[in-house]
Ligand binder design. Structure first.
Ligand SMILES: Cc1cc2nc3c(=O)[nH]c(=O)nc-3n(C[C@H](O)[C@H](O)[C@H](O)COP(=O)(O)OP(=O)(O)OC[C@H]3O[C@@H](n4cnc5c(N)ncnc54)[C@H](O)[C@@H]3O)c2cc1C
Length: 372
């Protein structure tokens, strides 16, 4: 009998397994893959302020830094925000986190697919027929989580298509907002200067990505094709019996930006803490769900802001772009942001109430001092 069985050795699972092992618990970390982190399903960007949540020193998974976020509108008008964005080598990052988990004492079982779990009893059923028993189960098995399914949950997801293509040295990541391409908005370019490439992707499928590349005349040679799916909103239930959901398995990825690394680490920390207290008999059950939902990463505001942005027509986006074209904001600070808000909203023809969720979200990011 293990103290905890962690299903999925992505960033969420490896981090939760490490935190639990460090607290002295007997942990098994199970992944269906033989080698974690591949194929890459990520644009590989992480705002520097989010890395400490993983509690790790930097390593060879950090490949470069980017100084600006540039938001581009359908009329090619754009503004820039100064930021510190780290570019990761995602396979190396996942492998690094797994190594930390193993180093802290977690038993690692790779190449083992979990079919289902029994949340009430703590049983984990592997595809080979083996059954593992644990006091607590952590579902960290990504957007199509088997643990979530065993709890009666199914994540709502949006597909994301991406290619890695050759790209010149650059100082910005780009977020394109264009509703002609996809009704739920954006495409991105994340340069990897050290490799002379960029991750070019979109919310949507490969035909959408091809339309983006053609419309914006993105030039480069494709060296890799990847993609995946991004959860759209937190699962209705994050806990049942002895099982909890973290990271993408719990739908905790930010649906506004698609960023899921920070929520993976944040939910891993909260879950490990709640399970530790339960295992030490300090609480009767695992007190995870309520605490997780109080955290800003689980806020419904991200989805509301996404919906608000999706509701704007391309015409409105162009007007907004014209109002903000050429601005460079010195950072994500309250002192910088009022100008961004003011310049955007005073432009005639843009109905203000529509912007409320976007402004609230911006305000919250400024308070948090980070975006993910
Ligand atoms: C195209 C794309 C671009 C993205 N770009 C970014 C970005 O730039 N920055 C950012 O912060 N986020 C980004 N994200 C989101 C980010 O990749 C995810 O949020 C993150 O990987 C979530 O980590 P996780 O550990 O919860 O899940 P995952 O990374 O999905 O890990 C789940 C693990 O569970 C294992 N598993 C699954 N099912 C089973 C099973 N039945 N049995 C055993 N093991 C199983 C898998 O093999 C995998 O190792 C992007 C996502 C996509 C699709």
């Amino acid at each position: 009998m293990y103290s905890a069985a962690v299903v999925g050795a992505g960033p969420a699972g490896s981090t939760a397994a490490r935190f639990l092992s460090e607290k002295g618990h007997e942990v098994i970390l199970i992944d269906r893959k033989e080698v974690v982190g591949v194929p890459k399903q990520c644009a590989e960007g992480l705002f520097a302020g989010c890395l400490p949540e993983f509690t790790t020193a930097s390593g060879d998974f950090l490949t470069g830094k980017i100084r600006y976020l540039q938001v581009v509108f359908p009329n090619q008008a754009s503004y820039r925000v100064r930021c510190d964005l780290l570019m990761l080598d995602r396979p190396k990052f996942d492998q690094h986190l797994l190594m930390l988990a193993e180093g802290s004492g977690a038993q690692v079982a790779l190449g083992q697919k979990v079919e289902r779990v029994r949340p009430e009893s703590g049983e984990v059923f592997l595809s080979g027929g083996e059954v593992i028993r644990a006091e607590a189960i952590v579902g960290a098995d990504g957007p199509a989580s088997r643990v979530a399914k065993s709890m009666g949950e199914r994540n709502r997801v949006v597909p994301a298509a991406q290619v890695e293509m050759t790209w010149p040295e650059d100082d910005a990541i780009y977020a394109y907002i264009d509703h002609d391409l996809h009704n739920s908005y954006s495409c991105w370019i994340f340069p990897k200067n050290e490799r002379g490439t960029a991750n070019v992707g979109c919310f949507g499928t490969f035909p959408t990505l091809e339309r983006f590349i053609s419309k914006y005349k993105i030039k480069g040679e494709v060296v890799e094709k990847n993609g995946g799916s991004i959860p759209l909103g937190v699962a209705a239930r994050l806990q049942k019996g002895r099982a909890v959901l973290i990271g993408d398995a719990g739908g905790l990825t930010n649906p506004f930006t698609g960023g899921g690394l920070y929520p993976a680490a944040r939910s891993a920390r909260i879950a490990a803490d709640a399970i530790d207290r339960f295992l030490r008999s300090e609480t009767k059950g695992i007190e995870y769900e309520a605490r997780m939902r109080r955290d800003f990463v689980a806020s419904g505001l991200h989805l509301k802001a996404r919906d608000a942005l999706a509701a704007l027509s391309n015409e409105e986006l162009c007007r907004l772009g014209t109002a903000m074209d050429g601005l460079v904001f010195p950072g994500l600070r309250l002192s910088a942001s009022p100008l961004l808000v003011y310049r955007g909203l005073r432009h005639p023809g843009i109905a203000r109430p529509k912007y409320a969720p976007l402004l609230k979200l911006l305000f919250r990011y400024c308070l948090a001092g980070k975006v993910w």
